[in-house]
Design a protein around this ligand. Structure first.
Ligand code: UDP
Ligand code: MG
Length: 315
């Protein structure tokens, strides 16, 4: 298996600042691995330009022209991290035997890559890169991410703790993944569903080399909601639980009212009435929004729109 063609897939969105660093390090690593016969000579790094508005594509095109080990895939517009990654994997399976996906900012330690390949050579189809600590991330990023993982687990979504999108996948794993047709992609929830032999390698999360995070809180939130709604129907169950609770409470109130009436006490003030109207109204709105979230997803899935459009593929 030592001649497997490895494709390192790197989604890039406005990463002009960090790309020179990234390319230097990834190419050096690839050369080293080819030299050690860990992977075949036809291995390559594929940068997927996710509709960047800065010089990202010019830089990628330059690297692709200069080296046979670098390729660039230019998407016609910004489709988001997950879809861009999917575009890269889908394209790489034309000629790669094994793929590794990694972010452009080099926050994931590239020294884990040879270890992943070793596990692949030992027969693993999927190898997760797992962060053993994330002290270099800001306190905010760390705690919100931690809450996200906890919440996802509680909502019944199977995912690997502290694993993002740094992973190795064999050709047949990628082929299997490409058969999942959903548009609200949440890869780290999908991959564990594939069921092939998996393993993990551990690394320390590093500082972003340059540029800044493209995942502000708003994007993280919608990512989390995507993750939950596309994998779990638990929120629908929660509506039922909430409804049952309310019914119980109203029963309690009914008993209270009857007792109060029998004791001859007058009608209570309107404050309690107003309060409950608002309270129930608020809860109904929340419940409605949960249903709306699902309907929204059904709506986008039902259209079967393409996930991405390729503008150019430079080898
Ligand atoms: N990315 C992308 N499209 C987007 C947003 C991000 O391809 O719309 C890429 C980005 O270039 C990077 C990766 O996804 O390679 C992860 O993004 P980032 O490092 O900003 O996220 P963070 O690590 O802060 O969660
Ligand atoms: Mg990052």
């Amino acid at each position: 298996m030592e001649n497997s063609t490895l494709a390192i897939v790197v989604p890039c969105y406005n990463e002009a600042e960090v790309l020179p660093q990234t390319n230097k390090q990834l190419c050096a690593l690839l050369d080293e691995m080819i030299g050690k016969r860990l992977v075949g000579d036809s291995s390559y790094v594929m940068y997927v330009d996710d509709g960047s508005r800065d010089r990202t594509w010019e830089i990628i095109a330059e690297y692709a022209a200069a080296s046979s080990h670098v390729r660039g895939l230019k998407l016609a517009g910004n489709v988001g991290h997950q879809n861009a990654l999917m575009a890269g994997l889908d394209t790489a399976r034309q000629d790669a035997d094994v793929t590794i996906s990694i972010d452009a900012d080099l926050q994931d330690d590239i020294r884990a890559i040879p270890e992943m390949v070793k596990k692949y050579n030992e027969g693993c189809d999927i190898v997760y890169g797992v962060r053993s600590k994330r002290t270099t991330d800001s306190f905010f990023k760390r705690t919100t991410a931690q809450m996200f993982y906890k919440f996802m687990t509680n909502m019944g979504v199977k995912s690997v703790y502290n694993h993002a999108d740094f992973r190795l996948m064999s050709l047949r794993a990628v082929n299997a993944l490409c058969q999942y047709e959903e548009r609200n992609l949440f890869l780290r929830g999908l991959v564990p569903l594939l069921g092939y032999k998996t393993d993990s390698v551990y690394y320390d999360r590093l500082e972003r080399q340059a540029g800044e995070s493209k995942y502000p809180l708003s994007k993280m939130l919608s990512f989390a909601i995507d993750g939950i709604t596309s994998f779990s129907v638990k929120p629908l169950r929660l509506i039922f639980d909430l409804g049952a609770l309310f019914l119980l409470i109203s029963l309690g109130i009914l008993v209270y009212v009857i007792v109060a009436l029998c004791q001859g006490r007058g009608v209570q003030g309107w404050a309690s009435l107003m309060l409950s109207i608002w309270f129930v109204g608020g809860c109904m709105l929340i419940c409605l929004s949960v249903i709306a979230a699902y309907i929204g997803r059904i709506y986008t899935e039902e259209k079967h729109r393409p996930r991405y459009n390729i503008e150019k593929y430079q080898k």
